[in-house]
Design a protein. Structure first.
Length: 52
């Protein structure tokens, strides 16, 4: 649930502020994938630290 929320919020943010062109949407998608991947790893580390 946490990871799904993180990915969804990031995608909505970058999608909302993307330029309305093909290049803008492509850039927003790339930024979403990169930031989502990094934040999922970070939150996985944080949650593992708290739960063990």
């Amino acid at each position: 649930v946490v990871f799904g929320g993180i990915v969804s919020l990031i995608a909505v943010f970058f999608g909302y502020y993307s330029k309305p062109t093909g290049a803008g949407v492509g850039t927003a998608t790339t930024n979403t994938v990169v930031l989502s991947s990094v934040l999922v790893l970070v939150f996985d580390f944080i949650m593992t630290s708290f739960l063990t």
